[in-house]
Design a protein around this ligand. Structure first.
Ligand code: T46
Length: 132
């Protein structure tokens, strides 16, 4: 599985840093929704699902966490610990997020609005679909 990481261009000067995110420029889709995950409790595993259509980019704008990606054949663990780095999570990829630092703010840019019908929440179902 190819891991797609976006290295955001850092606009830094003597005042500090700025990163600009733009749909179809440094993000490979139209951004229809933005959400962020924070104040995650110790030892919590979030995610544990795949999406049928949704594409996303995840950025730890503060702190760190780990993300496991599973395409049905291979699993890879990515540590996100920089606001400079965006992880692309495409459709039909099982994801789990864990080892959140106390101060982690995980920003997620999504290609579609929220749709519960787009979620695959059972791993066996996900495996059946990817094997088809
Ligand atoms: C994903 C990973 C990376 C909404 O009402 N609107 C939203 O846009 C989202 C994302 C969630 N919700 C509600 C649904 C649940 O009642 O917020 C609650 C927590 O959502 P969930 O349990 O799905 O959160 P995670 O962290 O397990 O998964 C989320 C995204 O849902 C998912 O698409 O890929 O982050």
């Amino acid at each position: 599985m190819k891991i797609e990481l976006i290295d955001f261009d850092l606009k830094g000067d003597e005042r500090g840093s700025l990163i600009a995110i733009e749909a179809n420029k440094n993000i490979p889709f139209d951004i229809k929704r933005v959400y962020y995950i924070f104040a995650t409790k110790l030892n919590v595993v979030r995610g544990k699902h795949a999406h049928k259509k949704l594409k996303q980019v995840a950025v730890t704008v503060h702190g760190s966490c780990k993300i496991l990606l599973d395409d049905g054949q291979e699993q890879k663990e990515i540590t996100l610990n920089s606001p400079n780095l965006g992880l692309v999570i495409r459709e039909m990829i099982w994801r789990e997020m864990y080892d959140f630092s106390e101060d982690c703010v995980l920003l997620v840019l999504a290609s579609e609005g929220y749709d519960e019908n787009d979620y695959i929440r059972v791993h066996e179902e996900f495996m059946e679909l990817v094997e088809k």
